[in-house]
Design a protein around this ligand. Structure first.
Ligand code: NDP
Length: 453
């Protein structure tokens, strides 16, 4: 590590102790940016990196609610308003027991650069709660969402901060939060994205992150004159992102063979076809069941239970061409990364945020794989949220084809920005450096224009 990155990170860690995911995300970016800061001393002089790594505002609050037995429950709610240099704060809400300040700061920090890459005017934010929707009744989820929004509604707004979904927050949760915002504020505005189609949502928003990650993989393959046709693909997760990544892989002629949840994964050598995908969607979105039921239903699939004592995840240890990690952060450890390389995987497009540990990222870059980091590859979700905001402002709904073609165009534009920025700074073929640099420069220049705020 360089002296500059060492010193910068020592300061950041002292100021934000025990926020390991936040340290990891900032460090990767700082390492990519050193050459940019050398070339443009004004960024150093105006302490742009230090300012970008400090949230503009952090809101942390109590969320009390009653469970179905009438017992009092207390969770913690957060909203990190990270950077508004290029637009209103924008980023999802995550409901998961692992949520704490440092996790959301990592996600908010990534979001700033990701939103910048989308070409749309959106700043970066993130929020959520340590609430676990798993095993809760619809009424419990509703009471929790209403309590959370009763406080959050003071801090967000269509022109200030527009949350969306993330892990544990899908259409159901967005609906309950939107309803409460409307009730308390007495206004029907596009304050959340991922809304239902009848009340301001956009076609293709549910599909957008997964579709976008696959479009990004297809773009990377184009640089080698190849397509996804006939490629075997490993997918992790079975939630929103994974489901639509699988659908788009099928559309483009690929063969998805795995998916997972926190209890384990299935390997279906025959491939997850459209009929099996329909079963998966019903299982996960309606029945809210576990992934093992896929293997109970389809004999071609084998279920492997998660073993937290293992030093690697067997999902990443199958022969394949492409990998789409779509579950959660740090789900590909150093050994998993090595297994992917040994099994011939040479395309990795990250649907999840920061799913690969730094050693894995370094290995993929060193081996010159087609490696699309999350902040570029999964930006289709927030980009389509931006398109939902545009439609809300226009009071119009675009067709499925219109939104999909804009999404596709944005993913191509993100890919081009990564390629151009990496080439301009001497990192040809390195999408990590390309995404970090292109995302940073736009935000940094906007911060310079707006003075010391
Ligand atoms: P969902 O809640 O719909 O699905 C998450 C999936 O990942 C589930 O299958 C879940 O299994 C699994 N998972 C979550 N946490 C863990 C864990 N700690 N260990 C193992 N498996 C886990 O979330 P999304 O699909 O929306 O999000 C997935 C990833 O994509 C996240 O990293 C998110 O930040 C990122 N992302 C999402 C966007 C969106 O538009 N939704 C946009 C950009 C990025 P289980 O149900 O058992 O917990």
């Amino acid at each position: 590590m360089s002296i500059f990155v060492d010193e910068f990170m020592a300061g950041l860690k002292a100021k934000n102790p025990a926020e390991v995911e936040f340290h990891q995300a900032v460090q990767e970016v700082a390492e990519s940016l050193e050459v940019v800061l050398d070339k443009h001393p004004i960024y150093r002089e105006k302490k742009i990196l230090e300012r970008i790594a400090e949230p503009e505002r952090v809101i942390m609050f109590r969320v009390p609610w009653l469970n179905d037995k009438g017992e009092v429950q207390v969770n913690r709610g957060f909203r990190i308003e990270m950077n508004s240099a290029i637009g209103p704060y924008k980023g999802g809400m995550r409901f998961h027991p692992t949520v704490y300040l440092g996790l959301l700061k990592f996600l908010a920090f990534e979001q700033v650069l990701k939103n910048s890459l989308t070409t749309l005017p959106m700043g970066g934010g993130k929020g959520g709660s340590d609430f676990d929707p798993k095993g809760k009744s619809d009424n419990e989820v509703m009471r929790f969402c209403q309590s959370l929004m009763t406080e959050l509604c003071r801090h967000i707004g269509q022109f200030t901060d527009v949350p969306a979904g993330d892990i544990g927050v899908g259409g159901r949760e967005i609906g309950f939060m939107f309803g409460q915002y409307k009730r308390v504020r007495n206004e029907f505005v596009g304050v959340l994205t991922g809304k239902g189609l009848n009340w301001g949502g956009s076609l293709i928003r549910p599909e957008a992150t997964g579709y976008g990650a696959v479009y990004f993989a297809a773009e990377m393959l184009t640089t080698r004159g190849e397509t996804l046709e006939g490629k075997t693909c490993l997918v992790s997760g079975s939630g929103n992102v994974a489901q639509y990544a699988i659908e788009k892989i099928l559309d483009l002629g690929g063969k998805p063979v795995t998916c997972s949840d926190s209890s384990g994964y299935i390997y279906d050598e025959a491939g997850i076809d459209r009929e099996k995908l329909a079963f998966l969607l019903e299982l996960k979105n309606v029945k809210r069941g576990r992934i093992k039921e896929y293997a109970d239903k389809f004999p071609s699939a084998v279920f492997t239970a998660r073993d937290s004592g293992q030093d690697s995840n067997p999902l990443w240890d199958h022969k394949a061409d492409c990998a789409f990690p779509c579950a959660t952060q740090n789900e590909i450890n150093a050994k998993d990364a090595q297994n992917l390389v040994s099994n011939g995987v040479y395309v990795i497009s990250e649907g999840a945020n920061m799913p690969t540990v730094p050693e894995g990222v370094n290995l993929f870059v060193e081996k010159k794989l087609l490696y699309g980091p999350g902040k570029a590859a999964n930006a289709g979700g927030v980009a389509t949220s931006g398109l939902e905001m545009s439609q809300n402002s226009l009071r119009l709904n675009w067709t499925r084809e219109e939104v999909d073609s804009r999404l596709h165009g944005i993913m191509k534009a993100i890919h081009k920005q990564c390629v151009d920025a990496s080439a301009a700074y001497g990192f040809e073929g390195n999408y990590v450096a390309g995404a970090n640099i292109a995302g940073f420069v736009k935000v940094a220049d906007s911060m310079l224009d707006q003075g010391l705020v």
